[in-house]
Design a protein around this ligand. Structure first.
Ligand SMILES: NC(=O)c1ccc[n+]([C@@H]2O[C@H](COP(=O)([O-])OP(=O)(O)OC[C@H]3O[C@@H](n4cnc5c(N)ncnc54)[C@H](O)[C@@H]3O)[C@@H](O)[C@H]2O)c1
Length: 251
């Protein structure tokens, strides 16, 4: 019960990483307001990119549970893999609205309540795509790079409030977002290629990100602030360089 007595908001909670994290937070004793674009079982409707909706979510947490301790600003869209030259400003605005403005709004509206309560933990989902090129479309990657910087800026601007703001950078995780990639690989009989670029040579599962979110949400990470935690099986640890004997070394 690492989150006993805590109140949490999780966005993008109807699927994948958000769904797994909402379940884990609940199992660890938190009262969780799970939100997604549309209402579902145990999920309230809120657009993570709408200031009105985010304000309403925070107000609900405070009115229903008496305060707010944890926000997991996780909702995101991939926007596809079209190149820089194929994307329009509208495409960029739509992607940045959810992936970057969403976390900004979560921080902006949650932090004042957390400050009143004496502290809190805000976690935003970035991505390895935000570290360097090649793991997502152009606007998606830029939005996630923005999230990595946003948590540093927010942690700094919240100095003295005892509110920690961190990001998680997942690698390849099997969720609704990556379903086409998994489906295509399976249909082609090449499931072995999924995640083969990282040293663990497999894709991750949502629970492996939920556990990182739990660590950052709980007091176990009490001195971790303004950090982007990579959870990617080692994908981003190396530069693209191929040696024939990789994976065949005997120890
Ligand atoms: N799956 C991966 O490999 C991977 C890797 C790196 C980062 N991420 C990030 O993880 C986060 C969660 O994605 P996932 O992989 O679980 O995908 P997912 O598609 O399974 O879940 C994302 C959820 O966010 C919701 N959502 C989208 N726009 C929203 C909005 N405006 N308001 C509220 N909810 C909205 C969707 O309805 C969906 O339920 C995203 O930020 C994504 O960019 C995923």
């Amino acid at each position: 019960m690492r989150l006993e007595g805590k109140v949490a908001i999780v966005t993008g909670a109807a699927s994948g990483i958000g769904k797994a994290t909402a379940a884990l937070f609940r199992a660890e004793g938190a009262q969780v307001i799970a939100a997604d674009r549309t209402e579902g079982e145990g999920v309230v409707a809120a657009d993570a990119g709408s200031e009105e909706d985010v304000k309403r979510l925070v107000a609900t947490a405070v009115a229903t549970h008496g305060g707010l301790d944890i926000v997991f600003a996780n909702a995101g869209i991939s926007g596809g893999l079209a190149s820089l030259f194929e994307q329009s400003p509208d495409d960029w605005e739509a992607i940045l609205r959810v992936n970057l403005i969403g976390p900004f709004l979560a921080i902006k509206h949650a932090a004042p309540h957390m400050k009143e309560r004496g502290g809190g933990s805000i976690i935003c989902t970035a991505s390895v795509a935000g570290i360097r090129a090649g793991a997502g479309g152009p606007a998606y990657s830029a939005s996630k790079a923005g999230v990595i910087n946003l948590v540093k800026v927010a942690a700094t601007q919240l100095a003295g409030a005892n509110i920690r703001v961190n990001a998680i950078c997942p690698g390849l995780i099997e969720t609704g977002m990556t379903r086409p990639l998994y489906d295509n690989a399976r249909a082609a009989g090449r499931e072995d290629l999924i995640g083969h670029l990282n040293p663990l040579k497999r894709g991750g599962v949502p629970d492996e990100i939920a556990r990182a979110a739990l660590y950052l949400a709980s007091d176990e990470s009490s001195y971790v602030n303004g950090h982007a935690l990579v959870v990617d099986g080692g994908l981003s640890a190396s530069h693209p360089f191929y040696r024939q004997d990789y994976g065949r070394t005997s120890f």
